[in-house]
Design a protein around this ligand. Structure first.
Ligand code: GLY
Ligand code: MN
Ligand code: MN
Length: 544
């Protein structure tokens, strides 16, 4: 059995390598998304842009891990979606209206780093301006040119952009790295020093507040400010929240006026537009996403067959990732969560260092990232191969809740219907087992949301309003009962989540990760099967 499986692996692997090699030669870039895909996404964005505007995107920064070692570069998903460009230090401009230069008209311009042969010797081929010019952009120029250009952005009614994050290093050996590109752009648009987007938004609310709406606006501002200690301490926001009379509102409006003067840049609209573009997947995206999901489901299957009580959390993680790499997935889409017993109750547990798994439940939330698209699949299985009565009782509630959530994932339904349906089942189940007395207390054991989009981001942007064809979402209820919870101790340290990736279609929801068994019966059955890893043993290390 194991050799049959291996030859299948290698067959798939060799096809993948052949395809990638072909795409490198013809496109200069290892992407399975076509240039037309990215071009069409830019056209679609342009159609959504407001009158006389330009949208500006910066590539993500290179992030330092320690000393002279950087993290593996990961492109910004919006930037990649629109360009297919996965090198750092780049800027994209998409214009609503035709621009003219000596070569005619254009709607978009990409600025990229120049090739650097010394850098290529250490880090591999860079595409440079020439490589990008073959990818279907109206105009491509070098990043140095961006710094030199006057940009002339005053003529636009609106410059749409994302606010800047504070994690960009200035490489002093490069006078046009991302830091310099952003600095130049900030100068051009008169971006104020110490600009704080959240504060700006709240000041605008104060400036435009009407006396009759005051209590609603105060409630809203108080909510947002409470999430950010710098805002709750802000003198204008504090005075506004404490103000009693409309007189003081006039004064507060004056105080905010300068700080909310009308810039022609806008930091809100672009995320909305990108969410509206990205929430429904294109056919090319769907095939990559399906592959990432199938790979992840296979990882769960292989672990179900291979796991035994002497394994560690890290080894289990390693098996998932071995499967991912076998199928050509370069990365995991997010840090893998592999937690047994109490660790399964820690929602974003990524330490994965427990060695003594015994007969506990192990929660495995992992996703292969294939060509940038990430799955997000969770299974919770008994390390021993058999669920205890308590584990099974809670598992069945989560399973029923997930079925209810999946059933609610119908085209035209509201996004919220999924969570409502699943939460209701958990609430009833916990009441009937006596873990809670009051219905609303179910939140103690299920503190997270039930569903999100997936795509280039594990928590992909979307409007989260109405479900529609070609959206891919998760349905992921759970129950977590950490030690010390106010219930019978027999439930303690059981943590369960079941998470699948669901495609919304005209005919109803389709579970793309269904290959990995979900019901306790099917899981127990599969866990009895042999694994190609059963005979995988390593010698003891010879340590003095
Ligand atoms: N893996 C993170 C999540 O399920 O949302
Ligand atoms: Mn998820
Ligand atoms: Mn997950």
């Amino acid at each position: 059995m194991s050799s049959v499986l291996n030859s299948k692996f290698y067959f798939i692997l060799s096809l993948t390598v052949f395809f990638l090699a072909a795409s490198v030669e013809s496109y200069g870039q290892k992407s399975e998304l076509s240039f037309e895909f990215h071009k069409n996404r830019r056209i679609e964005l342009r159609q959504k842009l407001p009158y006389n505007s330009v949208a500006v995107f910066f590539s993500s920064p290179v992030r330092n891990r320690a000393n002279d070692v950087d993290y593996i570069y990961h492109p910004d998903p919006n930037f990649y979606y629109l360009t297919g460009w996965n090198e750092p230090h780049a800027v994209l401009l998409v214009y609503k209206t035709t621009q003219e230069d000596q070569n005619g008209s254009y709607y978009e311009k990409l600025f990229v780093r120049e090739r650097n042969l010394r850098n290529e010797m250490w880090n591999g081929k860079q595409l440079g301006v020439e490589g990008a010019a073959n990818m279907g952009f109206d105009r491509v120029e070098s990043k140095k040119q961006f710094i030199k250009s006057s940009l002339d952005l005053n003529e636009f009614d609106t410059i749409l952009m994302f606010d800047f994050k504070n994690d960009v290093r200035d490489d002093k050996t490069d006078s046009s790295d991302l830091f310099d590109l952003q600095q130049h752009f900030k100068n051009v648009i008169n971006y104020p020093d110490n600009f704080n987007a959240e504060r700006y938004r709240l000041y605008q609310k104060i400036r435009t507040a009407q006396v009759q709406d005051l209590s609603n606006i105060k409630r809203m501002i108080s909510y947002y400010a409470s999430q950010d200690e710098t805002l709750i301490e802000d003198p204008i926001i504090k005075d506004f929240l404490n103000s009693q009379e409309s007189n003081s509102l006039v004064d507060l409006k004056k105080r905010t006026a300068y700080l909310t003067r009308d810039y022609n840049f806008d930091i809100d609209q672009l995320s909305y537009l990108m969410a509206s573009l990205r929430e429904k997947k294109q056919p090319e995206e769907l095939s990559l996403l399906k592959k990432a999901i199938q790979i992840s489901a296979q990882g769960q299957i292989e672990v179900m067959k291979a796991i035994h009580p002497k394994m560690t959390e890290r080894e289990v993680q390693g098996i998932h990732q071995l499967v991912y790499k076998k199928y050509g997935a370069a990365h995991e889409g997010y840090p893998s969560i592999v937690g047994a017993g109490h660790n399964a109750c820690v929602l974003h547990y990524i330490t994965n260092d427990k060695t003594d798994l015994k007969n506990q439940l192990i929660l495995m939330d992992l996703g292969a990232e294939y060509q940038g698209y990430t799955a997000d699949v969770t299974r919770t299985i008994p390390v021993s191969g058999k669920y205890s009565p308590e584990q099974k009782a809670l598992y069945e509630i989560v399973y029923d809740a997930q079925n209810a959530g999946i059933d609610a994932a119908q085209k035209g339904a509201s996004f919220r219907a999924i969570g409502n349906a699943a939460n209701k089942v958990v609430e009833k189940g916990l009441l009937s087992l006596g873990l809670i007395d009051k219905p609303e207390d179910y939140r103690r054991y299920l503190p997270h949301g039930i569903s999100h989009h997936i795509g280039l981001d594990v928590h992909d942007p979307g409007l989260y309003e109405t479900l529609d064809t070609d959206m891919v979402i998760t349905v992921e209820p759970g129950i977590y009962v950490p030690k010390g919870s106010p219930c019978d101790p027999k439930w303690w340290d059981i943590g369960i989540r079941i998470e699948d990736d669901i495609l919304i279609t005209d005919e109803g929801p389709v579970n793309l990760s269904a290959a990995a068994p979900r019901s306790w019966e099917k899981i127990e059955k599969l866990m009895k099967e042999e694994s190609p890893l059963d005979d995988f043993e390593l010698p003891e290390l010879a340590i003095d």
